[in-house]
Design a protein around this ligand. Structure first.
Ligand SMILES: [Zn+2]
Length: 191
């Protein structure tokens, strides 16, 4: 039984996601996901990404989200992590699990991942906005534990200046990979 981790870099292609301060969400989510995958593979994990380039499954937003979910469901993934950047005037980090139907295990893993990633933000003086729940398609429709991470606000100058720093993206990726590894347990990666 393969233990597969799916990383889902939000947006891509025709859909830039949030934009602000000269940067685009789709580029940041891909950058963090590729780095996170590298760290996880270093631990021996089997990691698959819903995209590894500036593209989407479909230019139709709904169809694209369905395709990302199907990608994970079809390979019977063990954990689904969707990576996003926030906008709308806030600042700091927050994470989401499904509003309805999230398992106890989903909540347990999320707490561990959240704790790791939030430390990178609070270490820079940015707030922990908390562990939240929402009715997002990728959380609702995935058949395995899933979490969605919002790595700061692209339209907030301080958040954006950090997100422009490749070393900061490295730190976010390392924390995310570490969180996932701790949440799932090291034995998970043994082949
Ligand atoms: Zn997004």
């Amino acid at each position: 039984m393969a233990n597969i981790i799916v990383l889902d870099p939000g947006h891509g292609g025709v859909d830039p996601g949030a934009i602000g301060n000269g940067i685009q969400e789709k580029d940041l989510t891909l950058g963090i996901a590729l780095r996170t995958a590298a760290f996880l593979r270093g631990y021996g994990a089997d990691v698959r990404l819903t995209r590894t380039a500036d593209r989407v499954f479909s230019n139709d937003k709904r169809a694209d989200l369905h395709a990302r979910v199907s990608f994970a469901n079809n390979i019977n993934a063990s954990y689904f992590i969707s990576l996003h950047i926030n906008s709308g005037g806030g600042t700091g980090f927050e994470s989401y699990i499904a509003e309805r139907g999230a398992s106890e295990e989903t909540g347990r893993r999320r707490e561990i991942v959240h704790r790791q990633v939030k430390a990178v933000f609070t270490g820079e003086g940015l707030p922990d906005r908390g562990m939240k729940a929402a009715n997002f398609a990728v959380l609702r429709e995935t058949r395995m534990p899933s979490v969605l991470l919002e790595y700061g606000f692209i339209d907030k100058e301080k958040d954006a200046s950090l997100l422009k720093d490749a070393l900061f993206l490295d730190r976010l990726a390392r924390a995310t990979a570490e969180g996932i590894a701790r949440a799932i347990g090291v034995n998970f990666f043994k082949k």
